[in-house]
Design a protein around this ligand. Structure first.
Ligand code: ZN
Length: 213
């Protein structure tokens, strides 16, 4: 673990590096794969945008680059916190475990579950579109995740529920399921999981529908 920070945030960098060093219990994976991680703290939005090449939306406060083994955190407000760090570590753990790109909804849902971001689910209770019965499939969730802030909040919440359902559907073989659900040949697991997701979402929020890809 290498932490890189501006001089004023050396203490924060040390404590976050320690958190990252001891991170374990990633759902279906366990401990972080033993690979070097570079953690970069950006103390201002301008520095964060520069480090992430301005490709992330304004509400983004953390970014993971699994191929480079790098995490960038916006630390303008103390602290960006272990939850954001753990979310980004979840991205690294998943990609390194699975070894390939996976659908965006699975990546974000997995990272949210790994960081136990249960407050994301509140977005569903307050979402008037879902309350009116607007139907979304997983492609819609992917689009929402890259949309404006409100859409993205809904996208993160729905992605979280989808991954929770997949996890629940394969509790005893979750390590294997994490790979198989995430891969391109995810149809068997994902379809079963998504049927559950549709049922659960229908009863809870009446709206979400899973595509059968
Ligand atoms: Zn993420």
């Amino acid at each position: 673990m290498t932490a890189i920070a501006w001089p004023t945030q050396e203490g924060l960098a040390t404590s976050l590096a320690e958190v990252a060093d001891h991170a374990r219990d990633f759902p279906g994976i366990g401990a972080m794969p033993d690979r070097p991680i570079r953690l970069i703290l950006a103390p201002t939005r301008a520095q964060y945008d520069s480090l992430t090449r301005g490709r992330l939306p304004l509400w983004s406060e953390g970014a993971a680059f699994p191929d480079a083994g790098t995490i960038v955190l916006l630390t303008a407000h103390q602290p960006s916190g272990p939850s954001v760090l753990r979310h980004e570590l979840g991205h690294l753990a998943l990609r390194w475990h699975v070894g390939r790109y996976v659908p965006l909804w699975f990546e974000e849902g997995y990272a949210a579950v790994a960081a136990q971001e249960w407050d994301r689910l509140d977005a569903l209770r307050l979402n008037w579109q879902l309350a009116r019965g607007v139907r979304m499939d997983l492609d819609d969730v992917d689009r929402a995740l890259r949309g404006a802030r409100g859409d993205a909040e809904t996208g993160y919440a729905l992605a979280t529920t989808a991954v929770l359902l997949l996890e629940r559907a394969r509790p005893t073989t979750s390590r294997k399921a994490t790979s198989s659900c995430a891969g391109s040949a995810m149809s068997a697991h994902a379809t079963a999981g998504c049927r559950g997701w549709r049922r659960s979402a229908s009863s809870g929020w009446r709206s979400a529908r899973c595509s059968s890809r």
